[in-house]
Every structure is written in structure tokens, then in C-alpha cells.
Design a protein around this ligand. Sequence first.
Ligand SMILES: NC(=O)c1ccc[n+]([C@@H]2O[C@H](COP(=O)([O-])OP(=O)(O)OC[C@H]3O[C@@H](n4cnc5c(N)ncnc54)[C@H](OP(=O)(O)O)[C@@H]3O)[C@@H](O)[C@H]2O)c1
Length: 263
Amino acid sequence: MDGHRPVVLVTGASGGIGADLARVFAREGHDLALVARSADKLEALAGEIEAMGRTRPFTLSLDLAQPQACEALALALDEAGLTPSTLINNAGFGLAGRAAMLERAGQIEMIDLNIRALTELTLRFLPAVIAGRGRIMNVASVAGFLPGPGMAVYYATKAYVVSFSQALSQELEGAGVTVTALCPGVTATDFHARAGLDANLMKHMPGMSSKVVAEAGYKGLMKGRRLVVPGLFNKLVTGLLPLLPNGFLLPVMGRMQDRRMGK
Ligand SMILES: NC(=O)c1ccc[n+]([C@@H]2O[C@H](COP(=O)([O-])OP(=O)(O)OC[C@H]3O[C@@H](n4cnc5c(N)ncnc54)[C@H](OP(=O)(O)O)[C@@H]3O)[C@@H](O)[C@H]2O)c1
């Protein structure tokens, strides 16, 4: 990695929280590498950041749910003379519906992206992050603290992200590297449309903007916080609801999810 230029690698940077995280990092003077499937959106964001007077980010269009994608990303960065000193694992998606009713392939794809790619990128780039005394941020969710009937696989993937991130942060204590799990609640992005949640109902949910979530994430990351839960409502949800017995919480969460699906 000698002579390689350090960059902040942001996955899922073509829109939503990832794009706003990229804007915040650029504003704060960090060079960036941006990854997602939508090449046109990545190019538009790179142009926007260049117009801010910053170095134009490296962009790569890649489907991270594919088995060889993380290796392809590592090779492309190496060829470009870049090394990720900070890693932002943000790419992820959810699917709403009962596990028995949803297509199996989409649910496995969620695991491939939300868990496998996130873990593989973390393990691949950990030596570079440690060498650069950098940081890792994994975008989880308030869903990571709760059971999720009606979105079972998605909630389970986010529980994994919370658990993995916290354990890793403990393992890396003293290594000069911090690991942060960013746990947003409902945030106004394309996430809900892709998940198949009711668009009209989502308009009335008390959501935050992706910009506010990104600012909170950046601040918490830079302070080396293990957990960043943006907003008081979300802090209450993650702090109090897990104290309730599952016998009560499971049917309540199931009914809430049905409502979010317009049932
Ligand atoms: N919005 C919420 O309410 C909410 C709440 C809690 C947590 N989160 C989490 O926040 C993260 C960002 O989501 P968001 O809300 O910003 O949703 P979003 O607007 O849909 O953004 C998702 C990003 O991930 C990228 N992506 C999706 N599939 C990909 C793939 N196979 N390979 C590479 N990139 C892929 C998308 O780009 P392309 O489509 O161009 O690939 C996009 O840049 C996710 O991990 C999500 O689970 C969201």
C-alpha cells in the first residue's frame, strides 16, 4: 500500500444517507471513493463534490451483493493507487413482507449485501484502516435492536451489524481504530420504496432527513462513539423497547409492520 493515497470509502453513495455522508466528508476535507450500482448518480455526486473545490472522488459502479464484488473493489482501488483509511459500510436494503411470502432470492440478496459484503469489506480493509489509524462506520438501524415480524430478514441483518460492530470495536480498543454503528430510524430516502412499504403512509411517519442522519453519523464517528442513534425518539425506541418481553413486543411489532405495508 506504500505510496497509496488514503481515501474514505463510502458504499451505497449514489443516494440517501450514503450520498449525504459523502457530502459531509468532502466538506470536511476528506478524499473519497464512492461505490454503488448507479454509475450516473455516482458521477453526478463526484461532479458536485469537485465543484465544491475538492478532489474529484474515485467512483466505481458495482453490485456489492455479487460474490466477487469486494475483491473487484479492492483491485480497482489498488490500481487507482488508493487505500481506504476509513470505511463507511452504508449500502443496504430491506424488503417488507412475511418471509414465507417474499421471494427467496431477494431475501438472500439482503444477507449478501447487508451482512456478507459489509463483513468482507471490513475484514479486507481492516489492515489498511489500522495502518492509517482510521475509522469504520457500519450503517445499522434501530431495527437492529428489535424483533421484526413483517421484515424478519432485514431486522435480523441489522441486529448482526450492531452485534458485529460493537464486538469489533472492543477487539480494536488500543489499536487506534474506532468502530461505530450508525443506527437511524425512519429516514426520508428511496429505502422505503425499494422495501415495498406504503408510500402514502411513509409520508406521515416521523422521519428524519438523510442530511441530519449523515451529520450525526459523522460527528459520532469522529468522536469514536460505538453507537450513534440520531434523534431523541430513536434513542427512546432503542433504549426502552428492548426492555419489554418479546411475548408483548413481537405481536406489537407485527401489527405496526402490517400498518406500514398499508394493511
Ligand atoms: N431510510 C431509512 O429509513 C433507514 C433507516 C435505518 C437504516 N437505514 C440503512 O441506511 C443505509 C442506507 O440506506 P438509505 O436509507 O440511504 O437508502 P437508499 O436511498 O435506498 O440508499 C441505498 C444505497 O445503497 C446502494 N445499494 C443498494 N443495493 C446495492 C448493491 N447491491 N450494491 C451496491 N450498492 C447498493 C444504493 O445505490 P444503487 O441503487 O445505485 O446501487 C444506494 O446508494 C442502509 O444500510 C439502510 O438499511 C435506512
